[in-house]
Design a protein around this ligand. Structure first.
Ligand code: C5P
Length: 223
């Protein structure tokens, strides 16, 4: 495949989403938010009242759920799930926890694999997730793994939610982040780990622009 791909993997709260979107924007490339696909299936499963312990139903749901990304005129990315704008619901901790549970089902990951690969279109793709460099785009020319301390990730999420007026505690968020990390890293299929050739960037204490610049520095002449 001659469409260039940059993969950006890492745990929740590592800044992947913000950094990936900014880098895609600077490059003029497409952007894949793979977590949104897992979250969309989680939300569709909740709407259909599916049991999170029924893998067969969840796999059907992964195949059947329509997921569309739309950019609004002011550059906002909206996600439509079965035709409904579910952007805000997708960002909730409930949707994240459901996504993480269904993401551990191998057939769900297979169901979403080709949909993710379909985002690979000219002039290029920035793919954001957990297994972009290891499983979905193993031939990507550039692979980045972003990390940050769990405390800093909890604090970033806390500030995000507080700005939205959601009431949460820092300790509660830290607990959820540690639980989700453990589940994502220990599952049998596509566990969260850096590709051997990935460049690891620890974003603890770094600002968004500094991280974006270090990522773009990996693609000389393109940023
Ligand atoms: O990145 P985000 O927090 O939106 O992802 C939600 C959940 O979806 C993650 O906790 C992870 O379990 C799952 N996921 C995944 N593989 C990806 C992206 C997300 O397993 N490529």
């Amino acid at each position: 495949d001659d469409v260039p791909v940059l993969t950006i993997d890492g745990p929740s709260g590592s800044g992947k989403g913000t950094i990936s979107r900014a880098v895609a924007h600077r490059l003029g490339w497409h952007y894949l938010d793979s977590g949104a696909l897992y979250r969309a299936v989680g939300v569709a499963a909740a709407w259909a009242d599916l049991d999170l312990d029924d893998p067969g139903a969840l796999v059907r749901c992964a195949f059947d759920t329509e997921i569309d990304f739309r950019e609004t005129p002011d550059g906002d990315l909206r996600v439509l799930v079965n035709g409904h704008d579910a952007t805000d619901e997708l960002r909730t901790e409930t949707a994240g926890a459901a996504a993480s549970a269904i993401a551990a089902i191998p057939a769900v990951r297979t169901a979403l694999r080709d949909r993710q690969r379909a985002f690979r279109r000219l002039p290029g793709l920035v793919a954001d997730g957990r297994d972009m460099g290891t499983v979905i785009f193993p031939d990507a020319a550039w692979k980045v793994f972003l990390t940050a301390s769990a405390e800093e990730r909890a604090e970033r999420r806390y500030n995000q939610l507080k700005n939205k007026g959601v009431s949460v505690t820092l300790a509660g968020l830290l607990r959820e982040i540690l639980a989700r990390d453990a589940r994502d890293a220990s599952r049998a299929v596509a566990p969260l780990r850096p590709a051997p050739e990935a460049v690891c960037i620890d974003t603890t204490g770094l600002g968004i622009d500094e991280v974006v610049d270090s990522v773009l520095a990996l693609l000389p002449g393109r940023g």
